[in-house]
Design a protein around this ligand. Structure first.
Ligand SMILES: C[S@@+](CC[C@H](N)C(=O)[O-])C[C@H]1O[C@@H](n2cnc3c(N)ncnc32)[C@H](O)[C@@H]1O
Length: 337
């Protein structure tokens, strides 16, 4: 399955899959006003093959950019699927069209060597990061935690692609909770990335030369309209329909669309809620999962309960149904404002 491929990509650090121009365009059209007069950095992008470079170079004047910087990692090879064998890397600087043809010509793009391999964590790449106002890329999923930590440390605006698993990371979720990072508009269904990894998508969903990756999202700290749109709530609260958890003072809401309009206490909702999250409408209390769940003070399960439901894990919510403890898959605790 494609999920298996993604897991393989994570574990084997197979990070070589490339974003389609169409997907970049679909997301970036919601952010145009942020780019005027700004320096954009794409720091996991071989500029000669990256569609992020293509997007910003060809839309440089349209967006009113000040400068575009792209760095490549361990690669001076034109082959899209190179194995990162070359230890030296380059970066490009593009300051816009000079000859009036509105196309980024080779002589208008400054190519500069990097001393090292172009690792986004290296000193020279951090110097480039400092020059940037907004970082936009699809970074290696295997280094997502470090990648985001660095953006936060240097107080950068960003729009990056990541996997939905990252929402559950204990380094990432607190940023979501504190409204320092949120989800962008996203992909329509699964993402399809240019790659020569084996694709196990069904025939109907297979695209030649691509790998299907479900659960990919755009993560950003740039303001977008969607984030200020209220979710329309139409369901009335009843204690029968919304069971109360046994180990936290909150009710179970199994579908985001079913959040009741007349319940003012804490509610456990699926993580897909984040796609509809408007911080003016809701407050996020925490993630009822693992260490973060334990921090919320969820009581550990006693032996008797575990005998009744062996899948119970500490740090997760549960409610009783017909005498048996039920554990929802993964829940974010929220409250209406
Ligand atoms: C998921 S791919 C996406 C590539 C490109 N940003 C795109 O969207 O088409 C992630 C890229 O990050 C590069 N990479 C891996 N480790 C890196 C590091 N430590 N620093 C910078 N880039 C890295 C990989 O070589 C790979 O090309």
């Amino acid at each position: 399955m494609a999920n298996k491929n993604l897991n393989a990509a994570k574990t084997a650090k197979k990070d070589e899959f490339y974003t389609q121009l169409e997907d970049i365009n679909n997301e970036l059209r919601h952010y145009r006003e942020h780019f005027r007069g700004k320096t954009v950095l794409c720091n996991c992008d071989d500029p000669r093959v990256s569609n992020f470079f293509t997007y910003f170079a060809y839309n440089f004047e349209f967006l009113g950019l000040k400068r575009l910087i792209t760095t490549c990692y361990k690669n001076q090879d034109m082959d899209l699927f190179s194995q990162n064998k070359c230890e030296q890397a380059i970066y490009l600087i593009y300051d816009g069209d000079k000859n009036g043809n509105n196309i980024p010509d080779a002589e208008e793009i400054g190519i500069h060597p990097l001393k090292g391999d172009g690792d986004f964590r290296s000193k020279e790449c951090i110097e480039l990061l400092k020059q940037a106002d907004i970082v936009v890329t699809n970074p290696p999923f295997s280094l997502f935690r470090e990648y985001v930590a660095q953006l936060i440390e240097y107080d950068k605006k960003f729009l990056i692609i990541g996997h939905q698993n990252a929402i559950h990371y204990k380094e990432i979720f607190p940023l979501i909770m504190e409204n320092r990072l949120w989800l962008g508009y996203g992909f329509k269904g699964a993402g399809h990335f240019i790659s020569n990894y084996e694709d196990n998508a069904t025939a109907g969903d297979h695209r030649e030369g691509m790998i299907r990756v479900p659960g990919v999202h755009w993560f950003t700290n740039l303001e977008i309209k969607k984030r200020h749109e209220n979710l329309i709530l139409y369901k009335h609260y009843t204690s029968e329909e919304y069971p109360h958890y046994e180990n936290y003072n909150a009710i179970e809401v199994s579908k985001t669309a079913d959040i009741p309009y007349d319940y003012d206490g804490a509610m456990g909702v699926p993580t897909t809620f984040l796609d509809k999250y408007n911080p003016e409408q809701f407050e996020i209390i925490g993630l009822a999962e693992g260490d973060l769940g334990k921090e919320l003070g969820l009581k550990p399960f006693d032996r008797e309960l575990k005998k009744l439901n062996k899948s119970l894990r500490d740090g997760q919510l549960f409610y009783m149904l017909n005498g048996y403890p039920q554990k929802p898959y993964s829940r974010i605790l929220i409250r209406k404002k």
